[in-house]
Structure formats: C-alpha cells, structure tokens
Write a protein that binds this ligand. Sequence first.
Ligand code: GDP
Ligand code: MG
Length: 371
Amino acid sequence: PEAITIQELANRMSERAVDVIRLLMKQGAMHKITDVIDADTAQLITEEMGHSVKRVAASDVEEGLFDVVDDSTDTEPRSPVVTVMGHVDHGKTSLLDALRHANVVSGEAGGITQHIGAYQVTSPESGKKITFIDTPGHAAFTAMRARGAKVTDIVILVVAADDGVMPQTVEAINHAKAAKVPMIVAINKIDKPDAKPERVRTELLQHEVQVESFGGEVVDVEVSAKNKTNLDKLLEMIALQAELLDLKTNSERPAEGTVIEAKLDRGRGPVATVLVQRGTLKVGDIIVAGAEMGRVRALISDQGENIDEAGPSVPVEVLGFNGPPEAGDRLAVVENEARARQVTSYRAHQKRENAAASISGMRGSLEQMMS
Ligand code: GDP
Ligand code: MG
C-alpha cells in the first residue's frame, strides 16, 4: 500500500534513478525505473544514500494550501460569480453573449474580445461588477462540485418561454439545490409569438421552484437574448441577490482559485482559465493546481489584455503551467518551487495510487516517502 516509484524516489533525493536501481540490485532485486517499491524498502535506500527520511501524511502536505474554513480575514466585499444553466437550445450561449455585449464600452469595437470562458460585466445601474462563467455543461459543473470546488454564487436558470421546463431544466434545478446556490429564473425568448411565460412559472412550481408572483422567493425575469430585452433588469436582480449574499473576501493574501478550463495551446503551451476567489494572483507567482505546477508567466484578462495581477472574482487566463491542470482543480500560490514540487508530486502519487486502488478495489495508504 505505501509505495513510490523509483523515478519519484530518485527525484525527491535529487539522485539518479540508475543509482537507486544499482543499490537495489546489490540487495538482489532487479527493477525498472517505473517500478514501484514499498515504503520500507524506499526508506532503506534513502538512508543508504545518505538522506534523511520523513514520512508525511496528506494533511501535512496539503496543510495551509487552502484556508477554505478559515474565512476570518475575509472582510472586503467581492462581486458575485454567476453560472448560466438550462436545457439545450433555450438560449444560454445567446444570453451570455448578449450580456457580454451589453457591457461593451462605447468606442470599443464590439465582438473582438477574446473568449476565455468567463468574463466580468459592470451592471449599468449600480456600477457593480458581476462575473459570468460559461460552463461547458452540467457534466463540468458536477465534476467541479465532486472536487469540492465551489465557484458559483448564483445560478441563472434559463427556460425558453416557448418550450417550457425540459429534462435539463430539471437537472439544473437539482444541481442548484444540491449545491445550495440561489437561483434566478430567466424566462427567455419572450419575443417569440408562442412564448408562454406563465406556463413556465406553473411548470417550475411542479419542481418546487416558486417564483415571486406565485408567492415564492425565486426571482424571475422575462428576457429576450435575441432582442436584448430586460438584460439590465436581469443584471440588477443579480446585483440585488448578491447583496443579500453579502459576499466577502481578502485580496491581500496569496491567491486561491479554481480552474474553469484548461488546454494545451500549440503556441502558448498549457493555458488555464482560472477564477481567482481570494487573494491576488500575480505574474511571477509559483502556483499549483491539481498535480500541475508552474510559475505565472502571463495573465490575460477577459478583454484579451495582459495584466499584472488579478484579484478576487476576476477570471483570468494563466500561462506558465508545466502541464494543463483539470477543470475543477483548485489553484494555490505557494512560497517556492520546492514546496510546489512537494505538493504536486504528492498529488501525482496519490492520483496513481487511487487509480491503482480503484482497479484492485483497495484504497492505498495516505502515507508516502519524503526526503
Ligand atoms: P443554448 O444551447 O442554451 O446555449 O442555446 P443557444 O444560445 O445556442 O440558442 C439556441 C437557439 O435559440 C439559437 O438559434 C438562438 O438564436 C435562439 N435564441 C436564443 N435566444 C433567443 C431569444 O431570446 N429569442 C429567439 N427568438 N431566439 C433565441
Ligand atoms: Mg450553448
């Protein structure tokens, strides 16, 4: 159960793997570099090569990376993070696009902004900012939730007024409820002649979503993404809901965030869209996310501009990872590269062990070797 590959052990000691293999051979065991040896053997080898051994538990390695429980220093207000969900073709993408353009500063050429999967809009009336996340779909949302990543403060449930509540509408309602995230209903396609907003409200009631006009507490707004009807009202309702949530953060600490999406870009290498949730992410920071680490080489805003830093609720493209992390991975800034290596190699090890354990039906030990 407690195990480490020869390569990993050599890396941790800053020794050559062949020397480890040679030592093992002297003790009568033939090994390849990718072979896994148990913790006791690894300890023997480590000591024989003149290194000290410290066995650490998961809690030691991960400690201090995420202060999700300790929010006592969160005293600054932050903007809400909003996810749009709903049935296919009900207008999620159209609504996100319409909201994005509702915010294009006059003089700026519309439509040239780079798409990074998340963006910020300034509500015209209150001047408050709202962050929208363009989730690839419910599957991604579920994956993020499974990893314990909470990114969304408010869910916008889009229901097409001509189509009504459909299976994925119900799924979205269940997601929002399970995540305990407040919901605002956007009844879309109100421009259509066969739009029946009242029917939508009735159908929602059957799924225990009670809008205000039916005596409930869920806010609903009739919109048309196509004609850009009532978008300001929707933004105001979001701002209002956010006020009730009283969202707080601390921008004066090392950054914490969540990877929204990541890919390997041909020209730019690994690129991750990250939602910064606390602290301020800066160029030059040493970062870890999942089993990947790196140094922030560049930060690119939702407007496609290079920026030096990104604060809470700001979505940003991060360049500088050694490899692409996964959607839902949480990002943290660490003090130095050694710490980053410690965390990521530990997680990589855990990942392999969990994969192996799930095959054999056994769960691996949480302990591992460190030198
Ligand atoms: P998604 O699958 O939920 O992202 O839906 P899309 O945004 O791709 O929209 C699906 C279709 O509905 C597209 O053909 C849109 O042009 C159309 N659509 C979206 N919003 C509206 C609207 O407010 N009014 C009308 N008439 N059509 C809309
Ligand atoms: Mg879409």
